[in-house]
Design a protein around this ligand. Structure first.
Ligand code: SF4
Length: 312
């Protein structure tokens, strides 16, 4: 298997093939909140959500959106010699505001540099037709728009158990609205959620495969000491997948996904400096290398068990 003949379609390769340049995602905290963490929701947020709310620790909330964007570009130019930039609204639910307010915040970021993609991470209950139309208005010959949409599991019992605050149907509705607006959608999934079997996880993967998601982000369940899962984790009531188990889930998922789906993530980052689980897990690069080696060794490729597309 040659260098270009990878066993799965990884994101870095996708970006290199598309732009033929070093590409950098500039992560932004747009100052959004999450409706699932509001005091009027009894669930108290997703049970695995850390106090920081799935917000990357490198984000600088104190700076304005434009400053974050400018600094991110300058940093990536200097450090990585990047020449193509993606603006990524990462923290919390980055469509959780009125369309007018969303436009103001997206414009602030996009006007701070030459961004070839706008990427927005959010929840299904923060998407409607008006917001999809706004996002689509940023599409152009030189600009792509992606939404990263959290599903985690397509099993309603699991979604209720983890306090997601939406069901699977609302995910599929939001997905359909976005796709009809011409927006690319990457789906977030978590493997190892409480009470889920391998069959549950793979049923979710099959649903995502058959609707034609443009990308997926696969995460191993991690437990932060500031999340509601911490108590059952330290008491031994909850276990989380170890590296070998997660790798076996990922390999099976990759086989079931269409060959063209972009694999944007394979593991989850734990909150730095906090106690949590799993206690031992390799770096992203270490996991990628072991996964790739096993797939090549076993002659396994993405899409080899893809059952076909039925649309939404
Ligand atoms: S949707 Fe994200 S930010 Fe909101 S509660 Fe769930 S994990 Fe936390």
């Amino acid at each position: 298997m040659g260098v270009r003949d990878e066993p799965f379609r990884c994101y870095s390769r996708y970006l290199r093939d598309r732009y033929n340049a070093t590409v950098f995602r500039v992560g932004i905290d747009g100052g959004f909140t999450c409706p699932n963490r509001s005091p009027d929701r009894l669930s108290g947020g997703c049970s695995y959500c850390a106090a920081s709310g799935a917000r990357a620790t490198y984000l600088d909330k104190a700076a304005s959106i434009a400053d974050q964007a400018r600094r991110g570009v300058a940093f990536a130019r200097k450090r990585y010699k990047a020449s193509v930039f993606i603006l990524y609204f990462q923290a919390f639910s980055s469509t959780n505001a009125s369309p007018a307010e969303l436009r103001r915040r997206y414009d602030a970021g996009l006007s701070a540099g030459d961004f070839r993609e706008l990427v927005v991470s959010t929840r299904p209950d923060c998407i409607d037709r008006e917001k999809a139309a706004l996002l689509a208005s940023y599409l152009g010959p030189r600009r792509d728009v992606w939404v990263e949409l959290g599903l985690q599991s397509a099993n309603d019992e699991t979604l209720a158990r983890i306090g997601r605050g939406h069901d699977a149907a609302s995910f599929f509705t939001a997905f359909s609205i976005l796709k009809k607006a011409g927006i690319k959608v990457a789906v977030h999934l978590v493997f190892g959620l409480p009470g889920e079997t391998r069959d549950d996880m793979m049923r979710t993967v099959d649903r995502v495969a058959e609707i034609g998601a443009d990308g997926v982000k696969l995460h191993n369940l991690t437990v932060s000491s500031s999340s509601r899962l911490w108590k059952p984790f330290v008491s031994g009531e909850l276990t989380v997948p170890c590296e070998a188990r997660h790798r076996s889930y990922v390999i099976e998922a990759l086989q079931r996904l269409p060959p063209e789906t972009v694999i944007m993530r394979l593991t989850c980052d734990r909150v730095k400096g906090e106690p949590g689980g799993p206690r031992k897990f390799p770096s992203k690069q270490g996991f990628y290398a072991a996964l790739r080696a096993e797939m090549i060794d076993r002659n396994i490729r993405q899409g080899s068990r893809f059952a076909g597309r039925i649309g939404i």
